[in-house]
Design a binder for this molecule. Sequence first.
Ligand SMILES: Cc1ncc(C[n+]2csc(CCOP(=O)(O)OP(=O)(O)O)c2C)c(N)n1
Length: 889
Amino acid sequence: MEMSTQHLNPDEDTQETAEWLEALRGVVQAAGPERARYLMTQLSETARRLGLQWRDSRNTPYENTIRAQDEPPFPGGSDALEIEQNLASIIRWNALAMVVRANRAYGELGGHISSYASAADLFEVGFNHFFRARSDESGGDLVYFQPHSAPGIYARAFLEGSLGEQELALFRQEIQAGKQGARGLASYPHPWLMPDFWQFPTGSMGIGPISAIYQARFMRYMEHRNLLAPQDRKVWGVFGDGEMDEPESLAALSLAAREHLDNLVFVVNCNLQRLDGPVRGNGSIVDELETLFAGAGWNVIKLLWGSDWDPLFARDSAGELVEVLGRTVDGQLQTFAANDGAFNREHFFGQTPGMRAIASMLTDDEIDRLKRGGHDMKKIHAAYHAAANHRGQPTVILAQTKKGFGMGAAGQGKMTTHQQKKLDTDSLLEFRDRFRLPISDQDCEALAFYKPAPDSAEMRHLMQRRAELGGFTPRRNAHSPVLTVPEIQSYARFALEAQGKEMSSTMALVRMLGGLLKDEGVGRHVVPIVADEARTFGMANLFRQVGIYSSQGQLYEPEDIGSILSYREATDGQILEEGITEAGAISSWTAAATSYTVHGVPMLPFYIYYSMFGFQRIGDLIWAAADQRARGFLIGATSGRTTLAGEGLQHQDGASHLMASTIPNCIAYDPAYAYEAAVILQDGMRRMLQEQEDVFYYVTVTNENDAQPSMPEGVEEGIRRGMYCLAALPEAQVRLLAAGPVLKEAIAAAALLKEKLDIGAEVWSVTSYTELARDGIVSQRSQRLGHAGDKPYVTQVLGDGGAPVIAASDYVRAVAEGIRAFVPGSYTTLGTDGFGRSDTRANLRDFFEVDARWIAYTAFSQLSPDPESLRSFAQALELDLGKPMSTEV
Ligand SMILES: Cc1ncc(C[n+]2csc(CCOP(=O)(O)OP(=O)(O)O)c2C)c(N)n1
């Protein structure tokens, strides 16, 4: 077999090289490693000064970072080690049985065996020694679990007693289970579906890693702001090596290092495979990740080889073994994993005479059983111990494992192992034998779950370990203290009594936020979050008022130090200024929005961003926030396709409300007036902080200055439910519905219709087409099924349907179309379908046909006018009826 060989510079003077190396060894022996490190630094400095262009490689050899002699003893010694290995074997079996059973019954259910098979030991050491549960004394550690290892986590909970046999048997059958009055187990970690169990959704690759980093940072934020007592709590994240390809996985590495997050440990399960094949067949994922993490400033621990390799390395005085391992690419390592001892003797150890000699002390069976580091509990413990005690940096453990470990010819290291969900009887028996499980042939074939007796050494050990670590984990705490919502007048009087003052809705919202920050009750709990757009949204005054959070305070004198808007960073700063990372900012928001469950401290986060860069750009992270029952406000600023005038195609948002409507617990509003925003804010706080509803709010605001009226009497319910009439007109011939910035166009359209045609138009402010649509869908279904209940709200308030209804918004037509089924009589929608443009608001509204003239024209067109009157009305309005539609150009 050919191996790639690295061509290094040939050694021109071996004598000289030997002298230098001998000198270094001498220093280590005589003066110790500290002195040797000093000399190496000096050498490196001198090389730089001499202009040698030399740079230390960020890679270390392909061996364990922690030397065997530096490993701490395994707690409880070899007895405990053996018990824990047995536990891992049992849990492996139950996880496998769970998946194979489900797929025997229904081949379509899916599930994974081989990922957990590779990660089982990594998890077990965590569960037995490191993952602390939340208890009376401590908030506990937070663990992000690799999603397709979920069967293993359930299998452990089965031993712990929190999940029963029936639940295991209903893996991935949640609906069926519900019908039986039981609980099915979710495919992946989903707090929405298992709210007392899972804390963090990770099913979408990449979301776990970035979320874990911001979670660790948010813990620091809470401590620095004295909202959480400082504790030595950790955030652990177990992720796949393939998962590291996701941009989000690596996106925040430098933040973690910059913030010195030594409360964060990543364990990357380097089984060298992903779904389709090797992660880096022609290279080394471990080396690549080592470079990336070390380059970003992390502490990197390579955990590559098990204890049974130690004597082999000890005999490898010439360094051949390490050298060959260093140049063996991952695709080849996978082939070695998939084959037996005889194959490895010949093809791996057979590569050099020295290695052949090393292998000669092992039988084929022993070669077969040589463990990779991530399957050796003693080594795993040593790595976790080092990580947990490391200070000043986050740590990543690159743990080399075998995918499908123990599945033998049926799955270990096989190209297709990721999706393997069925095993024949022989393979099941082989698995049982390999892990020495006390299960009969019959039970094995029947895929019986196995639980040792309560007084067995295994069960006693498991229970005792968890008791010492504070209880069981994962667990999600659904209870939160209630925060008292301030009186609306205390922070929004200016909006309720605006008396025609000009102001944009963004300005109004930011002013309310400023008021809330001053509130004695909720003030401290407000978390303003921006991704480098605070000035855009007029929030610079908050810099001084509440400060920008920085773990280091402010080490410089800001340029604008004298100004009242001075850029102030502080350790107890309240604003999270994330820089240009929407993915990072939403991850911070999610951490804050779930603080009520994760830390038992409710927070009130406001993430204010360009609405176009929200659902469209980071929609999956918002979906994950919804899954974990986030509570808070997302503020889509500079919203609307015709309202954000000059910015053009990539900035103008016409779809976020459509996307928001697809998230069941996202309550979205598109207010026109400051007082509407105030009522929405108040209601949102009431529902989330007081009523403890698992909802979050999406509110769009704009940068268009509008005259803000005072709030009329009796409109609050309509604002909350989605629409209300601005001024009732009993004789109205048409009804105009409009949302957000387009409302004023509808009002102007009503004036045009009156002035030019003497047509009476009634104008309604629609604060949420999407909430109206939801209400209508539920009501109609209830009626269809013969349940009691009201008609859709839209139908109730619009009455008999005698007058045609025209609806407009600054979003695509589909947003207003959502209520069509509930509007009595004729219904026509206008919207901003198509690509945006940079131009003035007036030109954009003409282009998209949502200005006052187009609304008036459309309204008239629905009153069956003769064609001539319609044409002349268009002429009077100076409309170009021949222009192409916005979607065509
Ligand atoms: C965003 C996203 N894309 C794709 C998938 C589908 N998927 C699930 S697991 C997987 C492979 C994971 O490989 P790796 O991270 O190496 O984990 P392993 O199973 O090998 O431990 C893929 C592609 C997903 N869950 N999320």
